[in-house]
Design a binder for this molecule. Sequence first.
Ligand code: ZN
Length: 318
Amino acid sequence: MARTRQIIALEEHYLDAEVKAHFSSLDAALPAPVLSRLEDVGQGRLADMDAAGIDVEVLSHAPPSLQRIDAESAVPLARRANDRLYETVRAHPLRFAAFAALPTADPKAAAEELERSVSRLGFKGAMIHGPSQGVFLDDKRFWPIFERAEALDVPVYLHPANPHPAVVEAYYRDYLKDYPSLLRAAWGFTVETATEAIRLVLSGLFEAYPRLQIILGHMGEGLPFYLWRITMGLARDGKGMNFRDVFCAHFHITTSGFFSHPALLSCLMEMGIDRILFSVDYPFVDNLAATKWLETLPLCAEDREKLLCGNAKRLLKL
Ligand code: ZN
């Protein structure tokens, strides 16, 4: 198919060998083909992108990245992993960009690493995979990271992580034997990440940092669909919270792993096209499934261009 516009994909994962060594169960948890695609940041990945017509991937580490690693290990590890990611981007500067991995167990060091990654390595922001060692990111100890993101004018991509163990026990345990995905893409990721996003809004983070931008994958983890009801519910508490206003001013969403016309149209009607960006969630999701879906989008040419690349170019200054 002849194309004139670019396709930029934002939530595209790879695996750093040294980070991977901290997660011995990872190999067992991932199917072999997914694992090998995660580890390939060269010809195999580029061939997969070409086959699907994807021009640029913004690379980020696969979950759980550094969010479960203690400060002593994570701080130097982040530096080394981001330096290696920089070399990957440098090898194919027209095909790859990057989000930094941050050692959130030491928030001040994480803020410094974000600054180094953006200012010295040319990274486009950071990706954080859920709570840091079990602590939600709205905790004030993490605010230096968000303060620095605002100062650098880069977004923080909030990626799903497994739910809290107590939640797993109370809500999911009974069905995990037959349906392990219940904990992840099917439902657990969504609830966990949407809850974390709501907590960020309630914490007053966006009043402290009025230009801060957060990206949520998977069509905003369901939040756009629920905007009306969340806003109505929180308004009842009389604290002057307008959830819709804060969410639509501070969040962008992507299509990662969620290729549905009704879901997209719901997000579009609630948030507008300017805050919706294309993503695949490679290699957990196939590039071709995503770009085949793009061919059928019920959007005008101008809106299509925004979703495929225009919004990414603006938000990430690509
Ligand atoms: Zn992902």
